[in-house]
Structure formats: structure tokens, C-alpha cells
Design a protein around this ligand. Structure first.
Ligand code: DC
Length: 658
């Protein structure tokens, strides 16, 4: 399935349910390489299937490593430290977890290899790793800019005579790369790797060390400053290994469970496949949420977030040191919008060299939502938002999966968010938006579409009142626009001028009263002439498009009942209940006639009938958003029902759905 370029997300009311998370990216790519370097076959279960693991698998295939896939399982036939292919051209995409360790392993493999990636990969630094490898005699050249991929690797003469040094304060992946590769040289000698500068993202080094141990190499970690690989080390397959679910991916769902409780209704959101015993540092995110006032439940093989702790109305805004959880920390930048005070995230300097400059991206996109944000080289302060400050926004994602995933949580604000290039989640979580939709509860919508004078307005208003929902009379928008156009002498087929007018329409609905600026136009818009004009300009696609946002904005908690022609088919396609209300033409003409007389508007039944017929024909025959029942709409013929009976039928359907 190809994904849309922009994904519109409805405003959310709550969350609940459970999600089985995909495998961890960090563990999947490390295990694939370790299994390839080992002696003997390794059977891997729970492998992540995503862009970044595809990059690693494709590289291993080109290097001559046999991998038999079977869904989320794979058997890697290890090559005992020597890749069969002595030459290869390897595409690394934007996968840091592939290019860094492969550079180190291939630099020791006495072959000729070219490594390159997407444009952003060629902006991500790799010099610290290359320097450490060149210092021991590896042959690595830059074929683009010095310090960045693409790289050309030659056979070289790697030889370790003393301790290796590598910087630990830009990316912990440089150290991981050395730790994964150096056992290849440790058969006859002890190898020491010293870290220069403060080591960031320690939990990721912990993952590396634990996995090395599973593959038979036991590294002595001396206070995160020096790592000693004992002489005689050699990779041996553990036979079978299960990949843990991805703890960074868990953060979005735990945050959804937290934010779902903002309105007091908290059904837990449970993430399956991670727990307190996980080797991934990002499970710490759940502890951070606990400190912020979220009710977290820890189970065996799962973690759940069940809204806010008793007595809390918002999350706690505070300073959070994110050095150990750089990826999950992005999620905290969004939950901060729902804080009771500003949140300052520190220790996030590594964001600058990730898939995009994540600090800059975060500032730009949070600002679009109306948030106040400040940032420095390695920190970000996000101020909480109140109701009116929120703005609808189309969020740019910068080809960064985490931008797309964490901004989906902004839909817990009273806004309509759209995510540009939602397909970028392929990098680590191809099914993210499906999983997200399965656990969140959008603000509910009931749509009642039907022909003119079918009684949908009265029925919809009564249903809304009974449920305490907001009410949208979408016809009133078209009528108000038509009234303004008639007054200003704008031709009813002048699409650009009408669309411009629609975009700034000063319309406000206050119960049954419709305001156009300071004027109460409730009665004026009901005139037949205005109805005909509305029906005429409603055929113009730019006009319909311009009125769309106005209609989406009315979807607010606790819910909305919307009536019109295209509520179920176009405006709210995800509505929880769609009704198509009709009545025989004679019955509708009679009702409309009575209504007009009641309003003091003088007309004959024949005139009304003729008007109805011409309006029906135009509304049904037009090319865009034509009047027709939505596929899932329930048909309701009100010819022989009174208003109360019709309303009761809709309410009954709604109760059945709920
Ligand atoms: O429901 P109504 O009669 O008040 O609507 C007036 C006109 O506005 C209708 O003839 C067609 C147009 N309309 C529309 O095109 N789409 C809607 N959702 C609602 C009304």
C-alpha cells in the first residue's frame, strides 16, 4: 500500500487498548551483524522489518552472507569473521545502526568496499570512528566531504599495538562499532578501547555489551571509560536469539495512555514486548512518565500507562536529563505541551546529528502548533499550551520517523493535525499509524446527510442536545457564504473570489443562532433565494476546500453531530455513526412550506416543490462531494416518522455503537 503524502489526524478524546510492538531496531541490526560474524547459524525471532533492517540485510546479502527469512524470523549463516565477498558497493540509506558497525567490521576485513547513503547520511559525521580505525592501520578514504560518508575502504594493515581511543560525546554508535568489530582482532591479544570525552547514550552501549556476551564475547566495562576485550575472544552463535520489542516505539503508546487520561477517562494503553527487565535504555521513559504524574503499571512482558495519577489534571512540567534516552526524549517534547509548567529537556545535543537536526525541527514544528519553545545547542524548553493557543498545523517530518510518530500525539490538543510524508515511519515502524489508530479514541462524530428539507437539521440538533455534543449545520456555512456573495455582488461561479471569501468567513454558530460578524443572520440565510445560491456555489471545489477547515475545527470534545450533504463521505469519513436521512419529496415539500410560512416567508407549495427538485438535482449530480449515502451509512426514511421518533432511532443506533 502506498501511503498518502499528508495524513490528517482527528482530534483525540482518549486512548485504550494494547499494542504489540515491532522488534527493536538497535537490537535487530546489532544481532544481524553479530550473527553474520559468528561461527555457525543463528535463528533470530522477532526481527524488525523496516527500512533500516532492510539496509543491513541487503548489505549482508551483498557481502555473501546467507540469510533465510521466514516472516519475523530469520536464520543467518555466520561467516566466522570473514565476509565471503571481498568487494562490494553498499547502500546504507540513512541507517546509522548499519553504516557505523559495518564500516568498522569491513575496515578489518581486507577487502574493497564502498559505503554510501541518502543525502542526509552524507551530512552525518563519522570522522571520530574513521580516525580510531585509521590509527590502527585501516585504509579508509572519504569520497565526498572529509569526515562524512561516502567512504571507500581498502585492505589496509590493521594491527593493534596499544589502547584504541574513540570519542564518546557525539554518538555512542562509534564506540558500539568498535566494540562489535574489535573481537575480530582479539583472538591472540587483549584489546582496550578508551573513551575520550563523556560517553553519551550509555544504555545503547549496554545493549552492545549484553549482545556481545550472548555471542560469546565478554567485555570488561571499566566505569564506561575503558572497555577491555580479552585475548582469545571469538564470536560464537548462541543458536537462537529473540529480539525484544522496541522500547523507543513504546514511548508513543505510553504517552498516548498518559494523555488519554487528561479528560479524566483513563483506559490503560498497554505495550506488549517490553518490561522492567528490558535491555533497552528507553524503558526508562516509562519511569520518567511516572515522575511526571502518569499512572504506570509494570507487568511481565508489558508496561501500561493508565492516564494521570489520582488528583492530577496535567502532567508535571520540570527539567529532565535525557542523556540516557535521546530517542524517547522526543516524545517528551510533545507531552510537555500538556504540562503544568515549562519542561526543559537537557542532554539532547546528539539530536543535532540524527536523521535531521531534531532540535531545529522540533522548534519549527512546535511553533506551528502555537507553542512557545526555546532551544540551545543541547537543550529545549517547551512551554505548556492552553486551549486557545493551539493552532491547526501540517507537520513537516524531515524524513525523520520519530518526528512523524511523536507529533501524532499533538492530536490530543484541541486541533486538527496533519502529518506530511507519514510513510517516513518505515524506518523503524512501518505499521505505526495503524497501531496508533487502534488505541486512540478520536472525538466522536455522528453525521446526518440527506436531501434538502429531509429534517436533518432538526434531527441533528436534537441528537446533539441529547448527547451534549456540539452541532454543525454545514448547510448554514454554504448559505452564509451565499448571502455574503449575493450582497457583495460576487458571481456565483467566481470560484477564486468565493473561495477567498470562504477562507475569511466571519461565521460563528452559537446554539441555533448563526452570526456573520456582528449580524445575526439566522433568518436571512433561510430564504429560498439564498438556499438556491448556496446550492449553486457549493458545486465549486475551491469553495468546498476552503470551508473544510472551518468544519473540521468544530470537531471538539465531547463530540459533534454534523448535518449536510457530504458529512459522512468527505468531511468526516471516520465518523462513528453515519446516517442518511431522506423522506418522500411530497413530505419534504410540505415540511419546508410549513417552515417558510412559520418564518413569515410567503410562497406556494408548488414553488417549494419545484425548488426542492432543482436543488436535489444539482446536489446529487455535481462532480464533487455529491449528495449520496456513505458506504457505511444507515438509511433512515422519515416520511412517516415525527421528529422525536427519528431522533430516537439515531440515538438508539449510537447507543448500540457505543
Ligand atoms: O442543508 P441546506 O439546505 O441548508 O444546504 C444549502 C445548500 O448548501 C445545499 O443545497 C447544498 C449546499 N450544501 C452542500 O453542498 N454541502 C453540505 N454539506 C451542506 C450544504
Amino acid at each position: 500500500m502506498t501511503s498518502p503524502e499528508i495524513l490528517a489526524l482527528p482530534p483525540l478524546l482518549g486512548a485504550g487498548g494494547s499494542v504489540r510492538l515491532p522488534g527493536s531496531k538497535s537490537i535487530s541490526n546489532r544481532v544481524l551483524l553479530l550473527a553474520a560474524l559468528s561461527q555457525g547459524p543463528t535463528y533470530i525471532t522477532g526481527l524488525l522489518d523496516s527500512d533500516d533492517t532492510q539496509v543491513m540485510l541487503a548489505a549482508l546479502a551483498k557481502l555473501g552472507v546467507r540469510v533465510d527469512r521466514d516472516g519475523a524470523a530469520a536464520t543467518v549463516h555466520g561467516c566466522d569473521g570473514r565476509f565471503p565477498a571481498r568487494e562490494a558497493d553498499l547502500f546504507m540509506g540513512n541507517a546509522g545502526t548499519a553504516i557505523r558497525p559495518l564500516t568498522a567490521a569491513l575496515a578489518l576485513s581486507s577487502g574493497r568496499y564502498a559505503l554510501h547513503g541518502v543525502a542526509r547520511m552524507h551530512e552525518r559525521p563519522i570522522k571520530d570512528l574513521v580516525d580510531a580505525l585509521v590509527a590502527i592501520g585501516c585504509d579508509i578514504g572519504y569520497t565526498g566531504n572529509v569526515g562524512y560518508p561516502p567512504l571507500a575502504l581498502g585492505p589496509g594493515r590493521p594491527c593493534v599495538r596499544g589502547p584504541l581511543s574513540v570519542r564518546g560525546d557525539v554518538s555512542s554508535q562509534f564506540l558500539t562499532a568498535l566494540l562489535l568489530a574489535m573481537p575480530l582482532l582479539a583472538r591472540d591479544q587483549t584489546i582496550e578501547v578508551n573513551v575520550v570525552g563523556t560517553l553519551i547514550s550509555r544504555p545503547y552501549i549496554d545493549i552492545t555489551l549484553r549482545l556481545l556476551a550472548r555471542f560469546g564475547v565478554h567485555v570488561d566495562n571499566q566505569d564506561w571509560q575503558r572497555f577491555v576485550i580479552p585475548a582469545g575472544s571469538a564470536y560464537a552463535s548462541p543458536g537462537r536469539i529473540a529480539i525484544e520489542a522496541d522500547a523507543s516505539s513504546a514511548s508513543y503508546f505510553l504517552a498516548a495512555g498518559a494523555l488519554g487520561g487528561l479528560r479524566g477517562t483513563s483506559t490503560p494503553v498497554r505495550v506488549e514486548g517490553v518490561d522492567a527487565q528490558s535491555m533497552q535504555g528507553d524503558v526508562e521513559f516509562a519511569r520518567v512518565l511516572e515522575r511526571l504524574g502518569v499512572a504506570i503499571v509494570w507487568g511481565e512482558g508489558w508496561i501500561a500507562a493508565a492516564g494521570l495519577q489520582p488528583g492530577r489534571k496535567r502532567l508535571i512540567g520540570t527539567d529532565i536529563d535525557c542523556l540516557a534516552i535521546p530517542d524517547a526524549a522526543m516524545t517528551l517534547a510533545i507531552t510537555a505541551l500538556f504540562g503544568d509548567a515549562p519542561t526543559r529537556l537537557t542532554g539532547i545535543g546528539s539530536w543535532r546529528v540524527k536523521e535531521t537536526d531534531r532540535i531545529a525541527a522540533m522548534v519549527a514544528e512546535l511553533t506551528k502548533l502555537g507553542a512557545r519553545v526555546e532551544a540551545g545547542a543541547d537543550w529545549l524548553r517547551v512551554h505548556p499550551m492552553q486551549g486557545d493557543a493551539w493552532r491547526n498545523a501540517i507537520i513537516d517530518t524531515y524524513d525523520d520517523h520519530r518526528m512523524a510518530m511523536c507529533f501524532s500525539l499533538a492530536s490530543f490538543g484541541p486541533v486538527n493535525i496533519a502529518i506530511r510524508d507519514p510513510g517516513c515511519v518505515r524506518k523503524t515502524f512501518p505499521g505505526y499509524f495503524q497501531s496508533f489508530a487502534a488505541v486512540v479514541r478520536p472525538v466522536p462524530v455522528i453525521t446526518i446527510d440527506g436531501p434538502t428539507a429531509s429534517g436533518k437539521g432538526t434531527v441533528a440538533a436534537n441528537v446533539a442536545r441529547a448527547l451534549g455534543f456540539h452541532y454543525l449545520d454545514s448547510g448554514a456555512l454554504y448559505r452564509a457564504l451565499a448571502l455574503l456573495a449575493l450582497r457583495e455582488g460576487i458571481a456565483l461561479d467566481d470560484a477564486p473570489r468565493l473561495a477567498a471569501l470562504a477562507q475569511t468567513l466571519p461565521l460563528r454558530c452559537d446554539g441555533a443562532t448563526i452570526w456573520l460578524g456582528a449580524e445575526d443572520v439566522t433568518r436571512a440565510i433561510r430564504a429560498e433565494e439564498v438556499g438556491q445560491a448556496a446550492s449553486t456555489l457549493a458545486v465549486l471545489p475551491p469553495v468546498r476546500q476552503a470551508l473544510l477547515e472551518l468544519q473540521h475545527n468544530l470537531r471538539r470534545a465531547p463530540g459533534l453531530v454534523a448535518d449536510g450533504r457530504d458529512m459522512g463521505t468527505v468531511v468526516f469519513p471516520d465518523a462513528g455513526l453515519k446516517v442518511f436521512l431522506s423522506a418522500a419529496t411530497g413530505a419534504r415539500a410540505e415540511r419546508r412550506h410549513k417552515q417558510l410560512i412559520y418564518q413569515g416567508i410567503c410562497t406556494s407549495i408548488d414553488e417549494v416543490l419545484a425548488d426542492l427538485r432543482s436543488r436535489d438535482a444539482r446536489d446529487t449530480a455535481r462532480d464533487v462531494a455529491a449528495l449520496r449515502p456513505a458506504d457505511e451509512a444507515l438509511a433512515l426514511d422519515s416520511s412517516d416518522l415525527n421528529v422525536e421518533e427519528t431522533v430516537e432511532q439515531v440515538l438508539q443506533w449510537w447507543r448500540q455503537r457505543a
